[in-house]
Design a protein around this ligand. Sequence first.
Ligand SMILES: [Zn+2]
Length: 114
Amino acid sequence: MSQVACIGCNLMIDVARADVTGRGYRCNACSMKASMAADGGRNDVTDHLTVDERKQRAASAGTEMVVGGLVAATGLLVFLTVSGLFGMIAACAGLGMTSHGYLTRREMTGERTS
Ligand SMILES: [Zn+2]
């Protein structure tokens, strides 16, 4: 297999897997970065959703945040009173839910763009 250097990061890649540009070969990661830069760096993941769908997703993400907070608080309570292991698992799961809900909500309301 023939190897070529990416014009973006100088990574040696198989020519069959490289994107051909006007300036040379480019790896998939650099092509994705160039594509994002061409869009102004804006995250367009919600472009295929209607305004109502985004509102619904933002509402369900808000619910996920609240439930995640409750799971984390319960996990902390279990950690302190019953079982350190199960309490820690529940607390981490709850914090993960809260974080996921927060980021999704920001994305659906247009606050998060990258
Ligand atoms: Zn590259």
